[in-house]
Ligand binder design. Structure first.
Ligand SMILES: [Zn+2]
Length: 506
């Protein structure tokens, strides 16, 4: 019934599309809109171009950051053939292996235990000789993985993830520059260039300035980049309406959004008929993007929807290009393996079309190396080959999201929570949000937010859930609970599956 709203259908024009420069913008949010900006709009956004081409690169140079020189470099290598790309990786890997062996106690011990000399890691496939770096090992080894020789650590931060077990991440200045360059390249495929007006519908907590100088730098940075940050953590209708108002007043050239938050925003725009803009490219990340989310985003913001995949440990790992067929890897800075664990305890590379665990080696962070780090994410492998866009950078995707929690079926057998993505996909036309919770007593509650507030769930939802419970949980009942909203985590994400634990310590 929800789909009956004809103007919401994919590809139809919004009720009214207002020209970008019509009327003065009324700025409610703390948007860095100056007279120069408004003048620039009228002048074909010369100001934006000046920012992107001159001011922002100069600011980066003043801070000693060769971000834009690196960006120029990777803008060129993105068109290289696979041989050249592999040669870049191999060279960086040899340097990383030698450095990690000579200057970190952790990797020296690991290499020795595996019987691998540092000079024997010559090509990406040689990494298979080293063990995986599981998250718990990475957490416990932060100090032992820190290099005793330069480069020094330039950035320290923690990642909490969904496990509630924070991990310290540290990286060198070089690594930061690579991360920034790779992000600009990946975002560039979505048409997002420095100097553009970007609305970030994102979870907060990532950049909290430590002191006034930090805050000043952050403010200059955001002003030069013309970023408007809107917290996507509260996703109620009021917050979504405020975000639409921010779009109206700020008039972004691009929206960067958590995938599920962006999708919720898109559905709000469609349900309220709020679209007054022509196409705004949307760069999604941080959460799973389901096909129906993409349809909603395309209807609300136009066809330029781009998925990205990254994590706090490495920043941008993969990014969708204009061909919209998988995510190209940030190959010049990372080696990404998709691995399947075998029953005997071994691992092998996922075959094309198969889902594997995302395992990353950071080629540019010598300060505290990550070699074969298991990210906890799942993605579908693809065969190597040239993309329709002309690039050879290998692709992965779809991104399946976090390795889910493990639930228990009626007989106590483990069930990977990833199976709930099957149910989520099937229920996509009936619910806006979805979350499965297994309680301490083993019972499962499926929280669903109906398409419209207060709307009764279709009988089909109950039938599908019963079918799913029988097929995957040995008939363990799954209780459907319609709710108005599903809260997000502290990081502003919404987990598909939660398994309640008997306390913080296990
Ligand atoms: Zn491509």
């Amino acid at each position: 019934m929800v789909r009956a709203r004809s103007h919401l259908a994919r590809g139809t024009q919004p009720p009214s599309v207002r020209a970008r420069d019509e009327g003065p913008p009324s700025i409610a949010a703390p948007a860095p809109v100056s007279a120069a900006t408004r003048l620039a709009r009228a002048a074909g956004d010369l100001y934006g171009r000046a920012l992107g081409d001159l001011l922002y690169p100069t600011w980066e140079r003043l801070r000693g950051r060769p971000t834009f020189a690196l960006l120029d470099h990777v803008e060129r290598t993105q068109w290289a053939g696979l041989d050249e790309l592999h040669a870049i990786q191999s060279g960086a890997l040899r340097r990383l292996a030698r450095h990690a062996y000579q200057h970190t106690a952790f990797y020296r011990q690991r290499f020795d235990a595996a019987g691998v000399g540092p000079d024997e890691l010559r090509r990406p496939e040689d990494l298979a000789r080293l063990p995986l770096l599981e998250r718990q090992d990475a957490r416990a080894s932060a100090e032992a993985r820190t290099s005793t020789a330069p480069p020094a650590i330039a950035v320290r931060k923690t990642t909490g993830g969904t496990t509630g077990e924070p991990m310290l991440i540290a990286y060198s200045a070089e690594s930061r520059h690579w991360r920034d360059a790779m992000r600009w390249r990946g975002y560039g495929w979505a048409g997002y260039r420095p100097g553009m007006r970007a609305l970030h519908f994102w979870g907060f907590g990532a950049q909290v300035p430590k002191n006034r100088l930090e805050k000043l730098k952050l403010d200059i940075d955001r002003t030069l980049r013309r970023d408007l940050y809107v917290d996507c953590t509260p996703r109620g209708e009021a917050c979504l309406a405020d975000t639409v108002a921010a779009i109206e007043s700020f008039r972004p050239d691009v929206i960067v959004a958590y995938s599920q938050a962006g999708a919720a925003l898109a559905r709000h725009v469609l349900a309220t008929g709020a679209r007054t803009w022509s196409t705004i490219p949307v760069v999604c990340g941080a959460e799973r993007l389901f096909p129906h989310d993409r349809v909603a985003l395309e209807s609300a913001f136009g066809p330029a929807v781009f998925e990205t995949y990254g994590c706090r440990e490495f920043m941008l790992i993969g990014s969708e290009c204009e061909a919209h067929d998988g995510l190209h890897l940030s190959m010049e800075s990372l080696i990404v393996e998709l691995l399947v664990r075998e029953r005997g305890g071994g691992v092998r590379a996922a075959r094309p079309g198969e889902v594997g665990e995302v395992v990353v080696t950071d080629l540019r962070n010598l300060a505290a190396p990550f070699i074969r780090y298991v990210t906890g994410d799942l993605a579908t492998a693809r065969a190597d080959g040239q993309c329709d866009c002309g690039r050879w950078l290998p692709r992965i995707g779809p991104i399946e999201g976090r390795v889910s929690e493990t639930l228990r079926d009626g007989a106590g057998n483990p069930v990977d929570g990833i199976v709930f993505s099957i149910l989520a996909t099937r229920l996509a036309h009936h619910t806006r949000q979805f979350q499965a919770v297994q309680h301490l007593d083993g019972t499962i509650t499926l929280k669903l937010v109906p398409m419209a507030p207060g709307q009764a769930l279709d009988r089909h939802v109950y039938h599908l859930t019963a079918w799913f419970a029988k097929k995957y949980f040995g008939g363990l009942p799954i209780t459907v609970q319609p709710v108005d909203d599903i809260p997000t985590t502290r990081a502003g994400k919404r987990n598909l599956v939660i398994v309640e634990k008997p306390g913080p310590q296990r």
